[in-house]
Design a protein around this ligand. Structure first.
Ligand code: MG
Length: 299
């Protein structure tokens, strides 16, 4: 049976917005984050500290962190891929850093300009510095379910990367289906491979590219993951992965989990309001379904 509580990590302001053509200004992002907090979300990947030329939508990361509301119990995650990004994230006052290590050589080169081993070494450096500074540190293993350039990614490679990152201090590990090729048996396969070495808290980062995101999320829930990433409205993608589409949508996920008796701490009406806000900012309909179909049963 599923865990009774699963934490939803809201990645709309980061993974969601970063692949949108319409640039949302800093004030708009702050208002979006305020709406997400009002909906009960407490752990928010607010931005990424990457080169502004590579991801222009995140160029205001330092500014944004100065303007987000600081409330008890609300934690902001900054995504980083290298030491320079970590230094910026630390100075900007994030509560937690999420470091990406990619499970395929080609994608690792394209996404962050380093080999897999360099990625692990970078994680180890950042992890030590983050812990010294009193920040939480998590790692996301990108392309865990498959690579857009190399195809299948061996299970043992993912499990080995998890083991090395946990040995280097990861507080939590997220397995990312960056390009949305995963199916529920893949979730089983990856969780059992990781569990042979570790009982580290696990999180999944799922994209709904082939409409398997929610099936994968439920499988992960049944296997006892502590957290799931999602973006409100299901916005987003990945600028470096061809044809990647949005994350699983926070409202569709929360509705499903709550109907299954899993507590997410989210207020669905308010979450729909946050998605409507970002929909208006982006000027296009978001992929999430709950806003169109309506919450069942009605309050
Ligand atoms: Mg993603």
């Amino acid at each position: 049976m599923a865990t009774q509580r699963i934490e939803l990590v809201e990645v709309g302001p980061r993974d969601g917005l970063q692949n949108e053509r319409t640039v949302v200004d800093t004030a708009g992002k702050v208002a979006y984050i305020e709406a997400l907090i009002a909906a009960g979300l407490r752990r928010i990947e607010a931005t990424s500290f990457v080169h502004p030329k590579l991801v222009p939508q995140m160029a205001d990361a330092d500014q944004l962190m100065k303007q987000v509301p600081r409330l008890d119990g609300v934690r902001y995650i900054g995504l980083v891929v290298n030491r320079r990004g970590f230094d910026r994230a630390l100075a900007a006052g994030v509560d937690e850093v999420n470091v990406v290590v990619v499970a395929s050589e080609t994608f690792s080169q394209k996404n962050q300009g380093m080999t897999i081993d360099e990625g692990v070494a970078t994680f180890a450096d950042i992890s030590a510095l983050a812990h010294q500074a009193g920040l939480g540190v998590t790692v996301t293993i990108g392309a865990s379910f498959g690579c857009p350039f190399e195809g299948e990614v061996p299970t043992e490679r993912v499990a080995d990367l998890v083991r090395r990152c946990v040995d280097s201090g990861a507080d939590e590990v997220a397995l990312a289906d960056t390009i949305g090729v995963g199916v529920p048996t893949d979730v089983h396969r990856l969780v059992s491979a990781v569990r042979q070495h570790h009982d580290v808290p696990l999180r999944f980062h799922l994209h709904n590219t082939r409409n398997t995101g929610y099936a994968n999320a439920w499988t992960a829930a049944e296997l006892g993951v502590v957290a799931l990433d999602a973006s409100s409205g299901g916005i987003g993608g990945c600028p470096f992965a061809p044809a990647a589409t949005g994350n699983i949508a926070t409202e569709d996920l929360a509705w499903m989990l709550q109907r299954c008796g899993v507590d997410t701490g989210v207020d669905l009406d308010r979450l729909l309001a946050a998605s409507s806000y970002v929909e208006e900012k982006l000027g296009r309909p978001v992929p999430a379904q709950l806003g169109r179909a309506g919450i069942f049963p009605k309050a």
